[in-house]
Design a binder for this molecule. Structure first.
Ligand code: IMP
Ligand code: MG
Length: 369
């Protein structure tokens, strides 16, 4: 990952992939041009790198020139194209091929066509290394396209963000969600997970996603995913991970302005932890930490028994049931502790003390991430 000015960018297209695309363009264009000596016209500034690499790959004689146009402000293309350097040579009767680094809205291309309107060239063709089909709003034909990319801002290989990034030999894509803090919260029954999650979500503007709640919500509201999950449960089968992940994805998408998420009740297996990592990656984010509240078994038993006296929850009334639930918790979470430890993301926090003290301990872990 890299940072330019205020924005983060992640690796997107490698130098090798770029090189392959440039080579393909050179071969394709050389075949079409035949014995003509073409004039390649690069559009500055962005195209300096692709033009340089392209003409080195071009297997036959050619000429190279540049025009200089400017349209972009920050990460947005503007309608208002400035012509900074126009054509400086007569191209009458010539085979002209425009070499663009990237075609986005097509505004720059419209200006290029205006420039050539009154030139009596033999032919005018457009080649671009990168093309964003979803952003393109014009009808001009693009004769040669290197790589089609999604409508997201990129830098590198000649392309800049406010002046920076042009020198990078590969392409980086903007990361859209910045600085999310995503936690997986664990704790044995009675550890005070719910209480602490409530504090943390307030303090850090996080959204608490409890898988149990998400399931109940989807089933109660008969969402497509809820009905799908229920069809498995009715047959006594486990709900496939993908269904759960799809539900979590929907929750994450409902809360795009959150500073992050607290996952509670998920993942339970390595496969699920991998799936969650992929989900976060698709949001340009990641799980930052697994935080586990650690409380001695005897204290848990005591806490749960006393809760059972007032809550009326039958599973909090029987000591052997309580001990089983605790044992099961350690059984199940041990694998995940290993999973996240291997990535230096496991944080055990002492869960014995006053609620405030424990909140302070959790906060210091989160602040240190
Ligand atoms: P268009 O006029 O919207 O097609 O955009 C053309 C110009 O905007 C390109 O020549 C680039 O200079 C710039 N541009 C478009 N998309 C990007 C991008 O993703 N990163 C950096 N510059 C871009
Ligand atoms: Mg350009």
């Amino acid at each position: 990952m890299i940072k330019l000015h205020d924005k983060h960018f992640k690796p997107f297209i490698s130098a090798t992939e770029i090189n392959d695309a440039v080579q393909r363009l050179a071969v394709e264009i050389a075949n079409d041009v035949g014995d003509e000596i073409p004039v390649f016209v690069g559009i500055l500034n962005g195209s300096f790198m692709v033009v340089s690499d392209f003409v080195k790959e071009y297997p036959k004689p050619c000429e190279v020139t540049f025009i200089k146009l400017a349209s972009y402000e920050g990460v947005k293309s503007t309608e208002d194209i400035q012509r900074l350097i126009g054509l400086t040579q007569d191209l009458t009767g010539r085979t002209v091929i425009i070499l663009e680094d990237i075609i986005d809205t097509g505004n720059t291309l419209a200006e290029v066509h205006r420039i050539f309107e009154n030139e009596k060239v033999k032919s005018l063709k457009i080649a671009t290394l990168f093309y964003k089909p979803e952003a393109y709003k014009k009808d001009f034909k693009l004769h040669y396209v290197g790589i089609e990319i999604p409508n997201k801002f990129i830098v590198g290989y000649g392309l800049d963000y406010n002046g920076l990034g042009r020198n990078l030999p590969e392409i980086y894509q903007i990361k859209e969600t910045q600085h999310m803090t995503n936690l997986v919260l664990f704790g044995p029954p009675g550890a005070g997970k719910g209480t602490q999650a409530d504090f943390l979500k307030e303090k850090y503007n996080l959204v608490h996603i409890s898988t149990g709640d998400v399931f109940r919500y989807n089933i109660k509201n008969e969402t497509a995913l809820g009905m799908l999950a229920k069809s498995y449960m009715d047959k006594g089968e486990l709900v496939p991970d993908q269904v759960t992940i799809d539900m979590l994805n929907a929750e994450v998408e409902k809360n795009t302005d959150a500073n992050g998420f607290i996952f509670d009740g998920f993942p339970r297996t390595n496969t699920q932890a991998d799936a969650l990592a992929k989900l976060m990656d698709s949001k340009d984010s990641q799980i930052n930490a697994m935080i586990a509240l650690e409380v001695d078994d005897e204290i848990l038993v005591e806490r749960l028994l006393s809760r059972g006296k007032t809550s009326g929850r039958s599973d909090d009334a029987d000591e052997s049931i309580i001990r089983n639930r605790i044992a099961e918790y350690y059984d199940k979470t041990a694998i995940l502790k290993d999973f996240y430890s291997a990535q230096n993301k496991y944080f055990g926090v002492d869960g014995v003390g006053s609620i405030e003290d424990i909140t302070v301990r959790l906060s210091s872990v989160i602040d240190g991430l």
